[in-house]
Design a protein around this ligand. Structure first.
Ligand code: HEM
Length: 259
């Protein structure tokens, strides 16, 4: 415990904590994207995935607690380091003018990070807790049932959620910011961990930006495809309580079945 406290008290220790928690969060972002891309398969695929997660609380809850711990460590170490840097440099660089070699991404890391944290809060209320008042779709996502299994219809929920154009726009802006944050953060992580030298620095910077652009395109493709019409007919039928032809050959969705 004493050792952990000492690590937290030193600036270098906090940099390591920020880098390692950032690496964990990066892996989550990639894993979550891979899971979400099942949206482009038949609806049953992402629904099965959702049911699997919910039916294995022994995996889900440790993962949730781990994720929450990573977010808390990442945000707290970022805030503390930023405050310590400011205290060590009472006069702003060039009286308020940013240093030439600092990119916009690097200068806005704390701000973009806090906006991303606010987005995650909204996202949890939207899709995990399913608070009807925040989806602006006029549908209670908790009442969307898959016809065959009677379980939650994650596919229909995503379609209904992103059918609201301003919600989709908000997601696109937030994921854009997330990727600007990652583009700089991943490269900075290698530096904090002492894994970046002069030869590798430019390659790591390029790889981090390419990864950030791919992640952006992956996440953005979901709301954009819904706005272009993907899954609308399926979701309309699920909302009406009627199974789509292929998935359930006209069986009525069973409401009130345990999810
Ligand atoms: C188009 C973009 C996205 C889609 C379609 C999406 C979809 C979902 C869905 C359906 C859930 C609920 C899972 C469940 O409870 O059954 C969820 C949960 C979650 N998402 Fe996303 N997500 C997106 C973007 C993001 C991004 C960019 C982040 C992180 C920066 C993120 C972080 C999370 C977290 C932390 C949870 C809660 C996991 C849990 O504890 O169950 N999501 N997402």
């Amino acid at each position: 415990m004493n050792l952990l406290f000492q690590i937290w008290r030193s600036s270098l220790g906090k940099k390591y904590i920020m880098a390692l928690s950032g690496a964990g969060l990066f892996l989550f972002v990639v894993g979550h994207l891979v899971g979400n891309l099942q949206f482009f398969l038949e609806p049953a695929a992402i629904n099965r995935y959702g049911h699997f997660l919910k039916s294995t609380p022994e995996l889900l809850w440790p993962a949730r607690i781990g994720l929450l711990t990573l977010i808390a460590l990442h945000v707290l170490s970022a805030i503390r380091l930023s405050a310590e840097n400011k205290a060590a440099r009472p006069q702003a660089y060039g009286a308020g003018v940013a240093p030439k070699d600092a990119s916009l991404a690097s200068r806005t890391m704390l701000m973009s990070g806090l906006v991303i944290a606010a987005f995650i809060l909204y996202h949890l209320l939207h899709f995990t807790v399913q608070v009807p008042e925040v989806n602006f779709a006029g549908t209670d996502f908790d009442q969307l049932y898959e016809p065959n299994s009677g379980g939650a219809d994650v596919f229909a929920m995503i379609v209904c959620g992103f059918s609201v154009w301003y919600v989709s726009l908000f997601y696109l802006v937030a994921v854009g910011l997330l990727c600007v944050h990652l583009g700089h953060g991943v490269a900075a992580m290698f530096q904090s961990l002492g894994l970046r030298n002069h030869t590798w620095a430019p390659r790591i910077a390029i790889a981090a930006r390419v990864a950030a652009v791919l992640i952006f395109l992956g996440y953005a493709s979901i709301p954009v495809s819904v706005l272009l019409g993907r899954g609308r007919e399926y979701a309309r039928r699920i909302q009406a309580g009627v199974a789509p032809d292929k998935a359930g050959s006209g069986i009525k969705a069973v409401k009130g079945v345990q999810k």
